[in-house]
Ligand binder design. Structure first.
Ligand code: SF4
Length: 236
């Protein structure tokens, strides 16, 4: 049987391509509200666990934190940021010295190279300032979407959602914003998180994933959102 198709020139518009399904939360609006209320109650003013002094050191710390723990990065950057808290100072310190400061962190050779390259790029393109602009941030060496989201949120107070491994896991387990990759989860969260919680949602979800909804064995018995969560394999 011939497949039906629209005849050309019949004055009808071509059928639009099937739109990708909009990411959907498994939770009701009321449950989403209660989930964030519970996370907020536990920690009303959450902060990044990465230590930094200004937007530049935040940017460097986030770049260094890829595949490393915040505690490990903080240990390495404490001395480094004493000496170099601006792109100009980082550049005069030089790649060898930066590498020496961060050698306890994974991928340190590449990260030292990127730290110098991004300092140079900030001076050349942005007068030594960290730009408040996603495209400009993502054009910097070693800076991807997640890093840009963290900087926009933490340094500039923008309501972005940086999906790391913890947020990805929590969003999928709870049913808050299921997705097969970080971008799908990010879009789902942006669509479902109420505006009033957006500024801190990123930190609440990270901290929840890091300390309660842990990768190997989540602490479901003490979890404040247990009654809302849809994870079928809860512990306890
Ligand atoms: S109930 Fe368990 S799986 Fe669900 S969010 Fe809490 S810790 Fe994670």
């Amino acid at each position: 049987m011939k497949a039906p198709h629209p005849s050309p020139g019949a004055g009808k518009k071509k059928p639009a391509k099937k739109a990708r399904a909009k990411p959907k939360s498994l939770l009701s609006a009321d449950e989403v509200e209660r989930l964030f209320e519970a996370l907020k109650e536990r920690d009303p003013e959450p902060e990044s666990e990465l230590q930094y002094r200004n937007p530049f050191t935040l940017l460097v710390a986030v770049v260094l934190s890829a595949q490393a723990t915040d505690a490990g990065v903080n240990k390495a950057t404490a001395r480094l940021f004493d000496i170099a808290d601006s792109p100009e100072k980082m550049l005069s310190l030089g790649e060898d010295a930066v590498r020496d400061h961060i050698k306890t962190i994974g991928l340190f050779r590449n990260k030292a190279k990127n730290t110098i390259a991004l300092s140079q790029a900030l001076i050349e393109r942005h007068g030594g300032e960290v730009p408040r602009d996603r495209e400009a941030l993502e054009a910097l060496p070693g800076v991807g979407r997640k890093t840009a989201n963290v900087v926009l949120n933490v340094a500039f107070g923008e309501k972005t959602m940086a999906v790391d491994t913890h947020i990805f896991r929590v969003s999928n387990r709870t049913g808050l914003a299921p997705g097969k990759d970080p971008l799908e989860v990010e879009k789902g969260l942006l669509a479902v998180v109420p505006d009033a919680y957006m500024l801190h949602a990123h930190h609440w979800l990270i901290l929840h994933g890091r300390y309660v909804c842990k990768a190997r064995r989540p602490d479901c018995p003490v979890c404040p959102i247990r009654d809302i969560c849809r994870y079928p394999d809860k512990t306890g």
